[in-house]
Design a protein around this ligand. Structure first.
Ligand code: AMP
Length: 279
C-alpha cells in the first residue's frame, strides 16, 4: 500500500503488529535499495519504505530538480520485495511551514563529505529524525555506501535517544565494482569509464591494507590522479582514511577499523564510494 500523508501513514502503521523495520530512500530504487529492503524483511515482521527527495539536504537547486523521480517503478519494487507500506509524501506534507527547530550535526556534519556539501548532513539528519517520528520504527536500515551518513544517523539515534536500532547493509556493486547509485543513470558511457576509478582506487587501497594506512592511501592515490587526467576528467573532492564512527582521519599508525572514502565529480554528476577496512 502506498500512502502520501502523515495521517494515513500513522493510521496504517498502527495496524502493523510486531517489529517494524524502516528503509528511508529518495526513490529511483535499484539493487542497493532492494538489498536494504530484503535485510529489513529478514529482521522484522513488517517493512516500511519511504520515498522522499528531501529538499533540505540538497545544496544546489539544479541537483534537486534533476534528481530522478520514478514512483510507480519504486512502488512495484517495494511490493516485489515484500515491503507492505510505502510512504511517499510531498515536500509540503513534510515541511508544511519553515522549520523553527532542526537537527544540528555539528563537527561530524562539517568534515569530509560535509565540507564538500555544507548543510547536507543537517538536512539529512533533520528529515531522518522527522521520518523516525512519523514511522515509529523499531529498526532502520542504511547503506554502507553512504558511510558518513550512517555514522551520523547512529549518533542521531543514540544522542537523541530515538530508540531506533540502526542496521548497516553492505554496498551493492556492478560486476565491475562500480557502486550502484540513483545518480549513475546520468553518466555517459565515457563518464562511467572515468567514474570507475573511484572503486578501482578503493580496491587498490584495500590490497595494501597489510602495509598500513599510508600504504593504502599511496596505492589508491595514483588511480585517482590518472582519472583526473582522463577525458572526461575526474574532479576529485577527497580521498580519506577515516574512523568509521567519527569520520575524523585516522593517524598514520592506526590499528583497528577504518573507512577508505572517496568522492569526486565526473561531468555534472557527483560520485561517492567507500570501503570498510581493518588494520
Ligand atoms: P538514497 O535513495 O540514495 O538516499 O539511498 C537510500 C538508502 O540506500 C541509503 O541508506 C543508502 O546508503 C542506500 N544505498 C544507496 N546505494 C546503495 C548501494 N549501492 N548499496 C547499498 N545501499 C545503498
Amino acid at each position: 500500500m502506498i500512502v502520501h500523508t502523515v495521517a494515513d501513514l500513522r493510521r496504517e502503521r498502527r495496524k502493523l503488529p510486531g517489529r517494524v523495520a524502516f528503509v528511508p530512500t529518495m526513490g529511483a530504487l535499484h539493487e542497493g535499495h532492494r538489498a536494504l529492503i530484503r535485510a529489513a524483511k529478514e529482521s522484522a515482521e513488517h517493512v516500511v519504505v519511504s520515498v522522499f527527495v528531501n529538499p533540505l539536504q540538497f545544496g544546489e537547486q539544479a541537483d534537486l530538480d534533476r534528481y530522478p523521480r520514478t514512483l510507480d517503478a519504486d512502488a512495484a519494487i517495494c511490493a516485489e520485495e515484500g515491503a507492505e507500506l510505502v510512504f511517499a509524501p510531498s515536500a509540503a506534507e513534510v515541511y508544511p511551514r519553515p522549520l523553527e527547530v532542526s537537527v544540528q550535526t555539528g563537527r561530524m556534519g562539517e568534515i569530509v563529505e560535509g565540507a564538500a556539501r555544507p548543510g547536507h548532513f543537517d538536512g539529512m539528519a533533520t528529515v531522518v529524525a522527522k521520518l523516525f517520528g512519523m514511522v515509529s520504527p523499531d529498526l532502520a536500515f542504511f547503506g554502507q555506501k553512504d558511510a558518513q551518513q550512517l555514522a551520523i544517523v547512529r549518533r542521531l539515534s543514540e544522542d537523541l535517544n530515538l530508540d531506533v536500532e540502526i542496521v548497516a547493509v553492505p554496498t551493492v556493486r556492478e560486476p565491475d565494482g562500480f557502486a550502484l547509485s540513483s545518480r549513475n543513470r546520468f553518466l555517459s558511457p565515457e563518464e562511467r569509464v572515468t567514474g570507475l576509478a573511484l572503486s578501482r582506487a578503493l580496491f587498490a587501497g584495500r590490497d595494501a591494507v597489510a602495509e598500513g594506512p599510508e600504504a593504502v592511501l599511496a596505492a589508491a592515490g595514483p588511480v585517482l590522479e590518472a582519472a583526473a587526467k582522463a577525458d572526461p576528467p575526474l574532479a576529485l573532492d577527497y580521498l580519506v582514511l577515516a574512523d568509521p564512527a567519527t569520520f575524523t582521519q585516522v593517524p598514520s599508525g592506526h590499528r583497528g577499523p577504518a573507512v577508505l572514502a572517496v568522492a569526486g565529480r565526473v561531468g555534472a554528476t557527483r560520485l561517492i564510494d567507500n570501503l570498510p577496512l581493518e588494520f
